[in-house]
Design a protein around this ligand. Sequence first.
Ligand code: PEP
Ligand code: MG
Length: 575
Amino acid sequence: MLKGIAASPGIEIGKAYVVKEETITIDKQVIPAEKVEQEIKRFDDAVKMSQQQLEIIKEKAEKELGQEKAEIFAAHLMVLDDVVFLDEVRGKIRGEFLTADNALAQVSDKYIAMFAGMDDEYLKERAADIKDISERLLKNILGLEMQSLADIAEEVIVLAHDLTPSDTAQMNKQMVKAFATNMGGRTSHTAIMARSLEIPAVVGLVDATDKAKNGDLVIVDGNKGVIYLNPDEATLADYKKQQEDYRQYVNELKELKDIPGMTKDGERRVELAANIGTPKDCAGALNNGAEGIGLYRTEFLYMDRSALPTEDEQFEAYKEVAEIMAPRPVIIRTLDIGGDKKLPYLDMPQELNPFLGWRAIRLCLDRKDILKTQLKAILRASHYGKLRIMYPMISNPEEVRKANAILQEAREELEQAGISYDQNLEVGIMVEIPSAAVIADILAKEVDFFSIGTNDLIQYTIAVDRMNERISHLYEPLHPAVLRLIKNVIDASHRAGKWTGMCGEMAGDTMAAPILLGLGLDEFSMSAVSIPRVKKVIRSLTYAEAKDVAEKALSLEKPEEIKELVNSFLANIND
Ligand code: PEP
Ligand code: MG
């Protein structure tokens, strides 16, 4: 058995198709000055050739995977149009007398490292896109052949070192039953594609391609994140049974799409919403039965560009989401930049503790212009659907008041200009700093709602960097301190007649769901694919049972005990 990361759920059994990684050798010699123009031409020709290849792949992807997935290639084509990127490569050829391949490798390595070093999982995985496009460029510079998975003619399980978005798009979908890769995380494009194609995938297997040969029998268990190579009879028989059970479970989940997140006894109804990063993610949200968007991370609008997005550009994006989701509510989070999410065009200082530094609302209150532009864009878009505004990283009531004062200015400016907006738009905050959770009663007076950001709340509460693998065993959503803070926030909001949602990863965790439900959480917002699973848990218990589990969980001392409690509880109700 090889252990990796569960990237897309499901179980498949089949024959291995192993994609071996090619090594590319870069010519690191310094070139003579008279060869500079020739190298630049080599680079420019490769850019053109890559553009042509990508146009073809994009068309194929549009037909086979839909508009949304084809956008990945539109993004790749944009990199090839990015003058800053292209000029940086040309500059290295001219200024440092590097070969075209060496110059390209250096520039793309810089961007890959920049994205890979980011805290945000989504942005981190964008390093894979730059890697994909620069590999294509490199192969075209060097005249190497592009490997294609389009020719697979029998049903297989693809095992690869890494699968780029273009590999995945070209793959013969009828024949590929599952993926397993050495590289990648849960939010890699391979994983995202596998989830949207609804085929099982395990990533991060480290050396699966060294251990497997073409034709080996493989079991991919995308639920547990493991694969088996040439399993024994007993394992195979066991997995055939599990595969059957899982298919039945998936069919049951599909039936849940349009029914509400309500407890078995009808006593408690919660809202199940999706987290999105761009308007394109709305399709997946709706497909999984999202009743709204609980977190729209707007930072992506600000990244991958050389200047701040204008009010109109932002308005278009927010309006698109508002219209697609209407009449469902959409919570737009104002810019959460800083920490390690830097914007190259903002003058952001080096800090000793960036996560405790000038980020999110702190930065926005100092750069009032940025916040006001964004708020005006959101207000304008609110005319087209049901939008809500949410401020990130609030630590005290003063910050809410200051942000609301800027919001008031934005409202007045729009009124003077005769532009209509939703006068009843709700304004809330993320509770992701322990101080905010502790003084939730004070903050409740300033807001219409709370949304608990457990990703940060956990890291700050337990003082455990959410990206540091060495201490990841301490990162524990079910730590009693975290549960107590969550309870405090929910109770304080309810006492003030307000509501509380959750948009951190914990909201999509089926283990946490009974406790959160029992604590009275009103809205759960998560990655879209998790919605039916959480809904199934919620629908399988009564509100009294959930309250009982929550109360018992709060009386326990250790996360392990809490997990045991939930596990035995879930096992009982599933019987
Ligand atoms: C959180 O902190 O839980 C959250 C949802 O925000 P982000 O993951 O974008 O920091
Ligand atoms: Mg956060």
